[in-house]
Design a protein around this ligand. Structure first.
Ligand code: NI
Length: 254
């Protein structure tokens, strides 16, 4: 069974299919997912989705695209929501210098505040970093938080720097794309006990499903690619990444 550590099932693209996808993902080999919230509107909804579906967990936080939304009121809401047993992380949080939807100084301020919040709540962080590799590392290297780099797109050297700081590294559909040589090298540098897999659905559907709406069941293609890169059976990738997710997010078996 696979653990998909990063979904956005609340996305409107799932409005017609959400119930069915959640009902089916277990049949399709996925036994847990973490629904990652992005903005101030959906943090409460992601926790409700987790509380009403046994196999769904939630990460609550403000994405760099909407970093300007973070406020004392939002912070209080996150603290309140984090009391739920189904909230297992603060995320997704980080820096996005590709789109720059929010000024960089605001992104950095909100990221720093949420790292501190995660530490005070004793929760791991789910980090989004796009074209902000060094800036993200600068903020994480001595921050003292636990967590993972989601949909990792950095170099093998950068992966090693994060590993040395205790972070986990998650790979998604982009690992399977034809131009993925750099990400493939990074995956090669991550030991089995620090790897995570994810879909980031509905985005980034892996080959051979590229172009379709991604969904948790497609996480198997990421595991297959990792199996090829690592030279170990896909079952072993599934088992290791599932155990890693249970450990990082402090989820117990039943
Ligand atoms: Ni995401």
């Amino acid at each position: 069974m696979f653990f998909d550590t990063h979904t956005h099932l609340l996305d409107e693209r799932f409005d017609e299919t959400r119930g069915q996808i959640i009902a089916d993902f277990e049949r399709d080999g996925v036994d847990f997912v973490i629904e990652c919230s992005t903005d101030a509107k959906d943090i409460g909804q992601s926790v409700r989705l987790a509380e009403t579906n046994q196999k769904v967990y939630a990460a609550v936080g403000i994405h760099p695209h909407t970093a300007g939304d973070y406020s004392p009121r939002v912070k209080e809401e996150i603290i309140k929501l984090a009391k739920s047993k189904k909230v297992v992380a603060i995320g997704e949080i980080g820096l996005d210098f590709h789109y720059d939807f929010c000024p960089r100084d605001v992104q950095q301020k909100t990221f720093a505040a949420q790292i501190e919040l995660a530490k005070s709540l004793n929760l791991p962080i789910v980090v989004h970093s796009r074209e902000a590799s060094e800036a993200t590392y600068d903020m994480l290297c001595d921050c003292g938080a636990r967590g993972e780099l989601h949909c990792f797109s950095g170099s093998a050297e950068m992966a090693e720097r994060y590993l040395a700081k205790g972070f986990y590294i998650a790979f998604g559909g982009s690992l399977t794309f034809k131009n993925a040589a750099k990400v493939v090298r990074a995956a090669g540098a991550v030991p089995l006990d620090r790897l995570l897999i994810e879909t980031d659905c509905p985005y980034l559907a892996p080959e051979p499903m590229r172009g379709r709406t991604n969904q948790p069941a497609y996480v198997r293609y990421v595991a297959e690619k990792l199996s090829e890169i690592k030279g170990v059976p896909a079952e072993q990738i599934a088992k290791a990444t599932r155990e890693n997710a249970m450990r990082l997010f402090n989820i117990s078996e039943d």
